[in-house]
Design a protein. Structure first.
Length: 111
């Protein structure tokens, strides 16, 4: 399992690659807090064989009743609604916060 997208901008290289794949390469769990690192490469096979083009780290709170890997991938693609205080108006407002892989597709391989 992994994630995929097209026309991915590699920020540290300043180039766009036609396809990109992301897979979890490291995950640490402490109680219900999870820190996960995704490796990004140009092909699914390269995510397993080569050093990553880029890495993305994120954390989330895990409900231990759910599958950890599936939850990590779902959290990586989520669009979250949050309430925040607007400093100018001093009013609470709703904003949407996109996770690092928002808009990416699941890359499920069946063999």
């Amino acid at each position: 399992m992994g994630l995929k997208t097209t026309n991915y901008m590699v920020s540290k290289l300043g180039i766009t690659i036609p396809e990109a794949y992301a897979m979890i390469d490291r995950m640490t769990v402490e109680k219900s807090s999870v820190r996960v690192r995704f490796s990004i490469q140009s092909t699914r096979e390269n995510t397993k064989k080569l050093a990553p083009i880029e890495t993305v780290e994120m954390h989330f709170v895990w409900d231990r009743q759910s599958d950890l890997a599936k939850t990590a991938y779902a959290e990586a693609k989520a669009l979250r609604e949050e309430k925040r205080l607007n400093e100018e108006t001093k009013q609470m407002e709703t904003i949407f916060v996109a996770a690092p892989f928002y808009g990416w597709e699941d890359d499920i391989q069946t063999e």
